[in-house]
Design a protein around this ligand. Structure first.
Ligand code: BG6
Length: 495
């Protein structure tokens, strides 16, 4: 079922996110017949574009970034008729009348009151001002039909996230605020809900009695890609752990929801965040590792170190790698370590979750049956592969009792021919439909900040002495290996 008539205003309409992600996502939805029968997209920016030149510019983005770029057949011409540009200075109150006028115009033309989305794809420091000005536009009082979508980073720390929440919830009701974490829109992350809660098979073993530890890796091969200015204020912990990684961790660790109600699912996730053991500042060094890449080689190409990247301080102490060991203090997970790591310029681009089971209690096989006893493992690859792998021991063919670990693999994208929806498609569709399940509630965001605050503060007050401490095309600093090796484990590889 398509969403109701929707009018989408995108602040940051001439910006990078809109160009690379939002318009391609909306266009893909259009080709797949998911866009509302009646819709209009209004890009808002300061740059000078006519509707025509704006559409031409966006088409370049489609040609580079849409998964449907190869099969246009006049679809872009059809779709782009509904794309407009509104040049305005978002800092001036008077500018906002243009928005109200546009909404009235569409309402009249469509003969129906549309859902209205305000997508704030702008620098975080502009969000409070735009949101405040927007809230004075009359149509924002409509709790049911008007929504505001806010991009990450949501705050810079607990205090600023709290203030932003306070401001936004004083201007809009919580049900109107959609805080995006694009990892929650990824197919495989959503599939975690299906795997866990649509099968009776895993539930009995999904706990401390059978699972020895859990790993989550979100590795990237890219550097900061010209985003040095932003990244200098962020670092890997804020950029990836506070949001994406903790959200994945919640999906792995949450209790079974009673229903698919948005708040029910989000409550269960907040429970996990609240149960994560608080890290004492004096323990930070033993449970968290930071790293920064130096210069080196990636796939035969020389790449600069982080400190040599554009808009980065030559003596920057910003971390481009973070690994942390968390514990969740509740009945299900007591004393089961959750190791997470993320970094830029690592050897592979992949996001992988793995659950490592406890060894069998007793092996009756002769000692020569197996070289090593590799415990059972369940691996969920989020991207770029999308699969679920169960590792178990199997007998090698032949007359001897020799055992090897093997993987049973379910390819999640086997029928999609590369056409699986992208995260932003799912999330934009949900926002048009008014389904906030995959968006972050105010308390979720703050609970996640609380989890990383001791690490942030300790790292801030104790500058690193060894940066840069890893080379591109590696798996990060040696200390990250030590973090997990101390407990007798290794970071899992897919092979
Ligand atoms: C973003 C971060 O939220 O996620 C980026 O700001 C990072 O630094 C990106 O590169 C990774 O997303 P994905 O979907 O490519 O894994």
């Amino acid at each position: 079922k398509r969403p109701p008539a929707s009018l989408i205003f995108i602040f940051g309409g001439s910006g990078d996110l809109n160009f690379r992600k939002l318009i391609p996502a909306l266009y893909n939805l259009y080709i797949d017949d998911w866009m509302p029968e009646k819709f209009a997209i209004v890009g808002i920016g300061r740059k000078d574009f006519s509707d025509e030149s704006y559409r031409d510019r966006l088409l370049e983005g489609i040609q580079q970034f849409s998964r449907r770029k190869g099969e246009q057949n006049g679809k872009w011409a059809e779709f782009s008729k509904s794309v407009h540009y509104l040049r305005m200075d978002a800092e001036k109150d008077a500018s906002y009348t243009g928005i109200a006028d546009k909404a009235r115009e569409m309402e009249k033309a469509w003969g129906t009151h549309p859902n209205i989305l305000f997508y704030l794809a702008v620098a975080p420091q502009l969000v409070p001002d735009i949101a405040t000005k927007l809230s004075k536009v009359e149509l924002c009082g409509d709790r049911k039909c008007t929504r505001i979508v806010v991009e990450k980073p949501f705050g810079h720390d607990l205090q600023s996230a709290h203030e932003l929440n306070k401001l936004l919830t004083s201007l809009f009701s919580e049900e109107q605020i959609y805080r995006i974490d694009h990892y929650l829109g990824k197919e495989t992350v959503q599939n975690l809900l299906a795997l866990r809660f649509a099968n009776a098979l895993f539930e009995p073993i999904w706990n401390r009695n059978y699972i020895e530890h859990v790993q989550i890796t979100a590795a990237e091969t890219v550097g900061v890609e010209g985003r040095g200015g932003y990244y200098e204020t962020s670092g890997a912990l804020r950029d990836m752990v506070q949001n994406h990684i903790l959200q994945i961790l919640c999906m792995v660790a949450m209790e079974a929801p009673v229903s698919f109600d948005a708040n029910e699912i989000r409550n269960k996730k907040v429970d996990v965040l609240n149960a994560i053991r608080r890290i004492n500042p004096e323990d930070v060094h033993s449970v968290a590792v930071r790293g920064q890449y130096g210069e080196g080689w990636m796939k035969g190409e020389k790449v600069p170190g982080y400190r040599q990247e554009e808009s980065v301080d030559k003596n920057s102490n910003t971390e481009t790698f973070a690994a942390v060991k968390f514990y969740i203090d509740n009945w299900r997970w007591q004393d089961v370590p959750f190791y997470v790591r993320t970094g830029k310029r690592l050897r592979e681009k992949n996001t992988v979750i793995s659950l490592h089971f406890r060894p069998a209690p007793h092996y009756a096989f002769p000692p020569e049956a197996a070289e090593t006893w590799r415990p059972n493992r369940l691996t969920i690859t989020v991207s770029p592969e999308m699969d679920i792998r169960i590792r178990f021991q199997a007998k090698r063919l032949g007359q001897t009792m020799s055992l090897d670990p093997v993987d049973m693999i379910y390819k999640y994208d086997k029928d999609s021919q590369g056409h699986e929806p992208e995260a932003y498609e799912t999330l934009l569709l949900d926002a048009m439909e008014g389904n906030p399940t995959l968006f972050m509630r105010a308390d979720q965001v703050e609970a996640a900040w609380k989890v990383i605050t001791p690490i942030l503060e300790t790292w801030q007050t104790r500058p690193p002495v060894d940066f840069p401490n890893y080379v591109p095309n590696s798996w990060g600093p040696e200390d990250a290996e030590a973090l997990i090796a101390r407990d007798g484990h290794n970071w899992a590889t897919l092979s």
